[in-house]
Design a binder for this molecule. Structure first.
Ligand code: SF4
Length: 378
């Protein structure tokens, strides 16, 4: 392990942490979308010891430690590798860009295919940094709204499929092992047929090879898990996708938690427990925060000239429909348009209605108190 973090300004990973306004961001990609109780406790301890004590859950179902000082990165990585939260081989870690349906059961198709793909990561070719995989082989897909270049899903007939991003139909396969073998073959085809130029499968032009016929569409997808009790445990929501390590530690120490599954919906599935109220976690499906997206903003992001989450908290329930508060027009927290989008520009806020953060503002140059006044919040 080198002594210095290789700091990147984009696409961060544990071995390529991203510099941010509050220190380094170190991203952990849980295998099988799951952390054991012991791993989660290790992550909470690491967040408190070497970071700012907060943990982000990203829309790729990864966990991020924030506020890591450069000199703390080396001992932090050692602890994360020891806890089997990070691969000790950076090239394997970079390939583990894998979304997994979080309600898998031991031995089912999602579990088998994920295990096979993780075991065979070294057989994948070099791929563009953002290329990712989704293993979503339950009765119907639950990750369809989340970007993945290569997917394992099921057709309405129950047949397993491999489907490429941007395609309506997939190629039927006989087993999870066959699905992974086909994905590896397709990944090589992608890399050898100009994948590095197109960057993502969605933009990749041309016909698929004849050995991957697209014949079946995936089954109709299901919605994300509701908050509260779930067949496997309890689903808790995270305000703005963030939680204090202290809150999670309390949950782990005061109940019979088996594991924590990560989802791309700012929700954690805590297995082996019943849902109960916990300060710092959401359990009410009507909570206004569920309709709000807000990036970290200032002072946590260097691109931001305004704060975001305090204003978003003040406005919770005050706007109709979805609300997006963004520190700058990049709009990291939400790609889709929102009913109300509040965007920081030169230390003030602009308002965009039914649009995205990079849209044309309808109202410009407000202070935070003017924004609150605009929406009737004092
Ligand atoms: S939207 Fe802008 S301010 Fe917010 S996290 Fe992204 S780059 Fe930073």
């Amino acid at each position: 392990m080198g002594d210095k973090a290789q700091i990147k300004g984009w696409c961060p990973g544990a071995w390529q942490p991203m510099a941010s306004g509050d220190g380094l961001i170190v991203r952990v990609r849980p295998r099988h979308a799951e952390l054991t109780r012991r791993q989660m406790l290790a992550l909470c301890e690491a967040a408190q010891r070497w970071g700012s004590g907060v943990i982000d859950l990203t829309n790729r179902a990864n966990l991020q430690l924030r506020g890591v000082r450069e000199e703390a990165w080396h001992p932090l990585m050692k602890a994360l590798v020891q806890a089997r939260l990070v691969e000790d081989d950076p090239s394997l870690e970079a390939r583990r860009n894998l979304l997994v349906a979080p309600d898998w059961q031991p031995g089912d198709a999602t579990h088998q295919a994920t295990t096979a793909l993780l075991d065979q990561l070294a057989e994948l070719p070099d791929l563009p940094a953002k290329v990712g995989f989704a293993v979503d082989a339950g009765e119907s897909p639950v990750l369809a709204a989340h970007s993945a270049d290569f997917r394992i899903e099921r057709a309405a007939t129950g047949q397993l499929l491999v489907r490429l991003d941007g395609r309506q139909r997939g190629t039927p396969v006989e087993s999870p092992a066959a699905a992974v073998a086909l994905i590896i073959r397709l990944a090589h085809w992608f890399a050898e047929s100009g994948g590095h130029q197109s960057g993502r499968m969605r933009r990749h032009e041309g016909l698929l090879p004849p050995w991957a016929p697209e014949s079946l569409p995936p089954a109709k997808s299901r919605p994300p898990f509701a908050l509260g009790n779930h067949a496997l445990g309890a689903v808790y929501g995270l305000r703005f996708g963030q939680v204090n390590a202290e809150t999670l530690s309390q949950l782990l120490k005061t109940s019979d938690v088996e594991c924590i599954r990560v989802t791309p919906w700012r929700r954690l599935l805590v297995t082996g427990v019943k849902a109960r109220f916990l300060d710092g976690l959401l359990i009410d499906n009507q909570a206004p925060e569920l309709k709000i997206d807000a990036c970290p903003g200032a002072p946590y992001c260097e691109q931001a000239t305004v704060g975001t989450r305090l204003l978003a908290t003040h406005l919770a329930g005050a706007t109709n429909g979805s609300l997006h508060v963004s520190g700058c027009p990049k709009g990291c927290a939400r790609r889709l348009p929102a009913d109300v989008c509040i965007v920081g520009r030169h230390g003030r806020y602009d308002l965009i209605f039914r649009g995205s953060a990079d849209g044309t503002p309808h109202v410009t140059g407000l202070t935070a108190s003017q924004v609150r006044h605009y929406f009737g919040v004092e």
